[in-house]
Design a protein around this ligand. Structure first.
Ligand code: IVH
Length: 760
């Protein structure tokens, strides 16, 4: 290799040439390292090249390239995969941990369907710990395969899926459109062999001073890494397998039952899991679960639980989905894996709601294939050895810095601390004193009666809360602004010339930068014309934003992704939501005070006379807050949305009533175009209509009728008003039917309703 010229001796041309070469070299190394996993230079060499690049740039700042490697953090996002929108969303499953959860699942379904003790059967099958894949066939030919992605859009991994021998390329006698879904996984034996092969190759790489490839931590990672290979030839060398267990779009039904449909997939040439069984009761499900758990270690592939699905597909159809999970299926997870390690320190994090959350910093330990170095400690009672009701947990043992603790992981959730080994407690360990001041802004941190959590009272003056709120606002599931991540938020929050203190500030950033003559963002360290342009474009691109994303992004307490989606679907426009929150306010306040009063009564007065007193306190509260019928209807309507309870209702009405918060929300919304969710079936005859159900329904429960009407785009209300479009009245309908008649509102019976929505 030619000797390198010292930077100080370089001519302009030499420097320009060197920068071009370094950019190419470092870019390739980045891509190899993060993408194709075959790095061709050592870490030391990589660092040396990077330093040389910096030195040349310092000497010749005017030559700094647009694609300068100094500006690149890690690799560019993997660009290679195309995106595929799923015709039918790929959802996840709710979890059950205890036997009781399984009994509750059965009960919930019976109640929803209103089928009493009638027979109800389920399938039970292993939950494979891999990654889900959807494969589309048209006229028997595979057209594409896509990963789950965010559930609505996945990555096009067709070329890779074609290398998996469990997946047929073409099928005979299949429906015209068939989307088969299932799990891609790697067997234990193949995983060991792959890692052994990598280790062996690494010996050679190390011998010549090259960077070794990472061995995979577990079969799931190995399967994911292999399926998401840009080069299908690499995937082909990785032995992946596939179990089919579900489907997406179909041009005709596969069967009448889950079991029948799965067998049909088998007849098309797919591999189905032979531990799939039909069970007639929760007890039978649990006994099959135990059987699978006993065999777990000898199956030869990783599973993390057992999935139960309602067997009758017509019932599955009736049960439908909550926003991200089906009502007709649940995953019964295996108990978590455990490990002991040392708790080095307890840190307090201040979240976006001001909650002080204690976090255990642990000596790193492997729990179920994953290295864990942090665990949640929930709250101060948990650390002290008490639960939220004051009862002892862990036999009353408290948790101290320096303790040996048992850590567990259940599913993908944050690891938790289960137990403490008192025998190993250091002599100098002292009980943990939970801070009564916010560690960030030093405001008082208070804990209200009946609340397990201590909250910083600093509100927006607390930098931690403000910054966390902003980070949440730009996060992937919220506004998802490219180039504006947690790191940049922290920077802009502190920035004097161009601060971002609230979400609305993000949308004035470009304008403020343009009128700022002193310190243009593009002139600053770490920024350049291109990155600034990209950032502003990304922000501009989010001026038009989906209702649910915006609502979720505001970070209102209890309003998670699901609640935000449910609310958006119900209200459809931002103004409708804001109006409802305002109207419902007095009723919400009355509800809150009456609810607390009721709790009081429960301990004071005994059963006798309690009802009367509760009613009395409700009435008193209604009077105290001057609750109008309109307010009560708005509150009932809000908390009557499937999945929205009083906690969400209260938090929402609080947020819209809080002057400062409301001011911020309005300032933000004024700058945006809020996009209403697609009404699920626009062409349904009830889309956009307000429907009221009254009287008793005989062929479906109230909850089912309501959920069904909402999926068809209708708005379901609890009371009849001028805005009502349709009343569905069963036997025993009373005042509502009369009112509807008075107002001249169309009224039909249950059969009429079913006929109306038939075939949708
Ligand atoms: S059914 C609509 N069955 O678990 C529900 N999922 O936690 C469709 N999984 O994303 C899923 N084994 O990747 C189903 N036998 C099984 C499964 C299974 C593994 C995965 C799947 C899903 C996740 C949900």
């Amino acid at each position: 290799m030619a000797k390198e010229i010292a930077v100080t001796d370089m001519s302009v041309d030499q420097a320009r040439e060197a920068l071009a070469r370094l950019s190419a070299l470092l870019g390739q190394a980045n891509r190899d390292y993060h993408g194709a996993d075959a790095p061709n230079i050592s870490d030391a060499e990589y660092d040396r090249l990077k330093r040389r690049n910096v030195a040349i740039e310092a000497q010749f700042p005017e030559l700094k390239r647009d694609d300068s490697p100094t500006e690149q953090v890690g690799a560019a996002p993997t660009e290679g995969f195309g995106k595929i929108a799923h015709k039918v969303a790929m959802l996840s499953l709710g979890n059950a941990f205890e036997n009781q959860d399984v009994a509750d699942f059965d009960e919930r379904i019976r109640k929803y369907l209103g089928i009493g003790r009638e027979p109800l059967s389920f399938t039970a099958e292993p939950k494979i710990d891999g990654l889900s894949l959807s494969i589309r066939y048209e006229n028997g030919e595979m057209v594409y395969a896509a990963t789950r992605g965010d559930g609505s859009t996945g990555e096009d991994v067709t070329a890779n899926a074609r290398t998996i021998s469990d997946i047929p390329q073409s099928i005979t006698n299949a429906p015209g459109v068939l989307e088969v879904r299932g799990e891609v996984y790697m067997s234990h034996a193949d995983f060991e062999a792959l890692n052994a092969r990598i280790s062996k190759e690494n010996e050679k790489l190390e011998a010549v001073g090259k960077k070794p490839k990472t061995v995979f931590a577990n079969p799931r990672n190995a399967a994911a890494g292999s399926l998401r290979q840009l080069d299908a030839k690499v995937t082909q060398e990785r032995p992946l397998r596939f179990f089919a267990y579900a489907w997406g779009e179909l041009s005709e039904p596969l069967a009448e039952t889950q079991m029948g449909a799965i067998s049909q997939l088998q007849s098309f040439g797919f591999v189905i899991n032979d531990l799939t069984k039909v069970c007639d009761s929760p007890e039978a499900l649990i006994s099959h679960y135990k059987m699978i758990e006993e065999r777990r270690a000898t199956l030869g592939y990783d599973i993390d639980g057992v999935v139960y699905k309602v067997n009758d597909l017509a019932l599955q159809e009736r049960l439908g989905f909550r926003s991200t999970t089906p009502r007709w299926a649940i995953a019964h997870k295996f108990p978590a894996e455990l490990a002991w390690t040392e708790l080095e320190a307890i840190d307090i994090q201040v979240g976006r709601t001001g909650a002080l959350s204690p976090v255990a910093r642990l000596a790193p330990v492997t729990v179920g294939g994953v290295v864990v170095s942090n665990a949640t400690l929930h709250n101060e009672d948990y650390i002290a050895g008490r639960d939220s009701k004051g009862a002892t947990i862990r036999d009353g043992k408290d948790i101290r810095e320096g303790d040996w603790v048992q850590v567990y992981r259940a599913g993908d959730v944050i690891p938790k601390v289960a137990d403490v080994d008192l025998k190993k407690r250091p002599d100098e360990a002292v009980p943990y004193a939970f801070p009564e001041k916010c560690p960030v802004c030093e405001s008082a941190a208070v804990r209200e009666e009946g609340d397990a959590v201590r909250y910083c009272t600093g509100g927006l003056i607390c930098a931690a809360q403000a910054v966390e709120k902003l980070k949440h606002f730009v996060a992937r599931k919220a506004l998802d602004i490219e180039g504006l991540g947690a790191k940049q938020i922290e920077m802009f929050y502190e920035d004097v010339a161009l601060p971002i203190k609230t979400p609305a500030d993000i949308f004035t950033l470009a304008e403020r930068d343009a009128s700022n003559l002193m310190t243009k963002l593009a002139k600053r360290k770490g920024w350049q014309d291109k990155s600034v342009r990209n950032l502003f474009a990304a922000i501009e691109g989010k001026r038009e934003i989906a209702f649910a994303r915006l609502l979720f992004g505001l970070g209102i307490r209890h309003v998670g992704e699901t609640a935000a989606k449910d609310l958006a679907l119900h209200f459809l426009t931002w103004d409708a939501l804001a109006g409802a929150a305002e109207k419902a306010r007095p009723a919400a306040l009355a509800w809150r005070s009456a609810d607390l009063a009721e709790d009081h009564e429960r301990t004071a007065a005994q059963a006798e006379g309690r009802r009367a007193k509760v009613k009395e306190s409700r009435d008193a509260a209604m009077a105290a807050y001057a609750v109008t019928a309109e307010s009560q209807t708005a509150w009932d309507d809000l908390t009557g949305i499937d999945g929205i309870g009083a906690a969400v209702g209260l938090a929402l009405t609080d947020a819209f009533a809080n002057e400062r918060e409301r001011g911020e929300i309005d300032r933000l919304v004024d700058m945006l175009t809020v996009v209403s969710p697609d009404a699920p079936t626009q062409d349904s005859p009830v889309a956009g209509k307000t429907v009221v159900f009254t009287g008793s329904l005989e062929k479906m429960t109230r909850a089912e009728a309501k959920a069904r009407a909402e999926t068809l785009g209708a708005k379901v209300s609890g009371s009849v008003s001028k805005k009502t479009d349709l009343l569905v009245a069963g036997p025993g309908a009373g005042s509502k039917a009369k009112k509807a008649a008075d107002l001249g509102i169309e009224t039909i019976d249950e059969d009429g309703w079913l006929a109306l929505i038939e075939g949708l």
